[in-house]
Design a protein around this ligand. Sequence first.
Ligand code: SAM
Length: 254
Amino acid sequence: MSTFQDYFKDIYRDRWASLEQALHAPAERMDRSVFEGHAQYRMDTASIRAAKALRVQEGDEVLDLCAAPGGKTLILLEALDGTGNLTANELSFARRKRLEEVIRTHVPSTLQGNIKISGYDGNQFGLKKKEYYDRILLDAPCSSERHLLELDPEMKEWKLSRTTQLAKRQYSLLCSAILALKSGGVVVYSTCSISPLENDGVMERVLERKSDLVRLDEDVSDLSDLERTKFGFQIFPDCASGAGPMYIARLVKF
Ligand SMILES: C[S@@+](CC[C@H](N)C(=O)[O-])C[C@H]1O[C@@H](n2cnc3c(N)ncnc32)[C@H](O)[C@@H]1O
């Protein structure tokens, strides 16, 4: 049976020692007041990059499919600049309460009307909101190894089946997001995992099975300073001043 160490050593080889050390270090976060005069929100700079990668335009109909606690929601709302609509969706009741609190304390009352919070299973959007959104962020539930290492430094409970299960859930959520996108719409799929079964593994499956619906965005000039993977980009904490990990991939609907 593969251990956490064996599994990632095999993938990252010479890099694993420095990457593992960086994953154990406290995450690099900055306090940012997204909206002037409102409370600051503590955010990893890699999260800001993932939200900005959606390239929200004024007037867009935007969906943040897995939104809590809401850091990326704030960045998406900032980009709308008082126009369009943003739906911030979160399945977990407890986490949705946190999301509501973040919106209440960080967003000016003049912008509260542009945001709606919902609590659906993200898999429903592809069925119930077909071809409705211009932009969708899928910041997916993922292995989140850095967070797990904080809780259990030796990762005694790690199992390969965890990342394979999460990859399946992410694939399903990404398919739902694709169906909910308008033609010409954009979806960003992001995770804070370092597992290639998630990330590129999910993208590979989507590009194989949904190639009639989506393609990789060809214009990735805004992401070109990041490390490229087969289908996306990655921010690793052993460089980029400790930010991340964050995987970011962008698809455009035909
Ligand atoms: C990586 S976190 C999102 C972090 C958030 N985007 C942010 O920047 O603060 C993933 C979230 O997805 C939620 N989630 C898991 N499965 C879901 C589903 N099927 N539909 C909607 N949300 C889901 C989890 O409860 C969790 O809050």
